[in-house]
Every structure is written in structure tokens, then in C-alpha cells.
Ligand binder design. Structure first.
Ligand code: PDD
Length: 290
């Protein structure tokens, strides 16, 4: 079965799907994107992702390509046409097609919308086997990492460095020695005093939808946590660490730069939060709501 993409109003097989060489996404990385998990045929936290898309578009002053309801319908249609029950939907909106000049096109051109879907991992039943190794890497990105732009070259280089060192994620560290986030995920720790922490939202990190959903679950379950950043030294000394993202869900970080975090096994807090999140997305869990 050939994969189907939505491209500017048409559903096309991938081999026929194309955008112009003058698309500003191609020329300038002048666009924003979302990755939305699909589990058991459902778009997970769709509202959070569409809210963040609207915010990203507003921050870079790209018009919305269609109404929220219409966009939701396209996302579902692309998932369905690709028979994706577990996987993800990818969408990107660029400022459109125009002769290459840095300022916005005048007169305005319509924004370009591409949506694809692909099969991927379903949430595993347990976090064992889901843990990863990470490396540390300098955060060399721009000053507005709160906008989900398609300009991901520093993230690409960081993740490639991780791969070349046999790791999955690169934990980004700023010039002051503080951890910002992963190259494609937010990061949390249980610090050496047992406090669950993640960095507060600021322009140095992406406001993750998985992070937001997990915070909602923590509040509902009355589980204590702090939105307080941490240094690389604190990460190295942490009892537990884990990532959150649309594709990682809650994913234990077991090793950092080759050394174990805590005892190098999935810790009790990570295990509990994994189960909570699995229940949230409808996976199997002992903690599932009635
Ligand atoms: N990445 N931080 C960065 C830099 C990210 O790229 C991502 C997501 C996150 C987590 O956000 P969310 O929980 O909304 O997925 C944090 C996606 C999955 C990607 O680029 O593939």
C-alpha cells in the first residue's frame, strides 16, 4: 500500500507528492510543525497540539491554513488513509511559495500545508526495555526555542552526535551549565533529594504537549513536582531521569555520557509516571482510571 500525503488541498501518493523549490520552508526553514501521536486510531492530546500550532503560527506571523475543525479532519483523514492505528501524524505549515527574498512575500501568498502519517511504536506495556542512553551536547540553538519551527539543524546535529556515540538522545546544556531540554524531548529528573523536577517554561525550551499532559496527571493524582530547572551536575547526581515527547511518551534515561543515572535501572517514580501516562493514552496499566 502506498503512503498518502496531504499537500495543499490534495491527497497524493508520496511519489507524486511534492512542494515547490520556492517554498519558503525549503528556502528559509520559514515554517512550523507538529508531531501528534496516534494510538489505537486516536489522535492523542489533539487539542494541546492544535493550541501550540496556533501559538507557533501567531509568533512567526504565518496565517492559519484552515480552521481548527478542518485541520482536525485532515489529520484524521491522513491517519485513516495510511491505515495508521499506532504511529504519528506530522504536519507542517510554511509561509508559502514566493520568489526568494527574506521579507514576507508581498502581496501575501497562501500558507502551504503538508500532512503525512506513519506507523510507529505503540506505548509498551512496561517501561523496561523502553529506557535509553543519552549524551550531553552544547545547546547551540536560537533564543526562541519555545516556537516549534522546522529550523532544526542544531537538533539534527545533536541527535546525530548521540547516534554516533551509541545513544538515542542528546541532552542540551547551555553556556551556564544548565540543562535546557533534549534535542527532541523535554527532560525531567528525580533529584538527589527525591524531588521530581522539570525546567519551567521559558524561551529556551519547547512547551511540550506531553509535558503539559503529564503535569495535568500529576496535579490530578496529587503527585508533587517542581517546575525548576537543573544543572548538568544535578542531572548527573539525579536518582532518576526521563524524557517526555510525542514519540517517547515517558521514556527512562538510564545512562548519560556512558555513566549510569542512579543505579542505571528504571526508577520507581519513572515507573509510576509511565503507568499514569500509559493509562492517559489508553494503554494497558494497573493505574488506569475506572
Ligand atoms: N519533538 N523539545 C523539543 C526540542 C522537541 O522537538 C519536542 C518534540 C519536545 C517534546 O514536545 P511534545 O511532547 O509536544 O512532543 C520537546 C517531536 C516529537 C519531533 O520533533 O519529532
Amino acid at each position: 500500500m502506498s503512503r498518502i500525503a496531504y499537500v495543499n488541498g490534495r491527497y497524493l501518493p508520496h511519489r507524486e507528492a511534492a512542494v515547490s523549490i520556492e517554498d519558503r520552508g525549503y528556502q528559509f526553514a520559514d515554517g512550523v510543525y507538529e508531531v501528534i501521536p496516534v494510538l489505537a486510531g486516536r489522535l492523542i492530546d489533539e487539542g494541546l497540539h492544535l493550541d501550540r500550532l496556533a501559538r507557533s503560527l501567531a509568533e512567526v506571523r504565518i496565517a492559519s491554513p484552515m480552521s481548527r475543525a478542518a485541520l482536525g479532519a485532515v489529520l484524521r483523514e491522513v491517519a485513516w488513509r495510511n491505515r495508521v492505528r499506532d504511529g504519528m501524524v506530522y504536519l507542517q505549515v510554511t509561509r508559502g511559495v514566493a520568489r526568494r527574498e527574506h521579507p514576507f512575500p508581498a502581496p501575501r501568498v497562501p500558507p502551504a500545508l503538508v500532512v503525512t502519517a506513519r506507523r510507529g511504536a505503540r506505548v509498551p506495556d512496561a517501561p523496561d526495555g523502553w529506557g535509553i542512553a543519552a549524551i550531553t551536547w552544547p545547546d547551540e540553538r536560537w533564543a526562541r526555542c519555545d516556537i516549534k519551527t522546522i529550523g532544526l539543524l542544531p537538533n539534527v546535529l545533536a541527535r546525530q552526535a548521540a547516534r554516533e556515540q551509541g545513544a538515542y538522545e542528546a541532552v542540551l546544556v547551555d553556556g551556564a551549565g544548565n540543562v535546557t531540554e533534549g534535542a527532541a524531548a523535554n527532560i525531567w529528573i528525580v533529584d538527589d533529594a527525591g524531588v521530581l523536577r522539570t525546567r519551567a517554561l521559558d524561551p529556551a525550551i519547547l512547551p511540550g504537549c506531553t509535558r503539559a499532559a503529564l503535569i495535568g496527571l500529576l496535579q490530578k493524582e496529587d503527585i508533587g513536582f517542581e517546575e525548576r530547572g537543573f544543572s548538568l551536575a544535578e542531572l548527573r547526581a539525579a536518582r532518576e531521569a526521563f524524557l517526555t515527547s510525542a514519540t517517547s511518551f515517558v521514556r527512562p534515561v538510564l545512562r548519560l555520557d556512558g555513566a549510569p543515572i542512579g543505579d542505571g535501572e528504571v526508577g520507581p517514580v519513572t515507573r509510576r509516571l509511565f503507568a499514569l501516562f500509559a493509562a492517559h493514552v489508553g494503554g494497558k496499566s494497573n493505574h488506569a482510571d475506572p
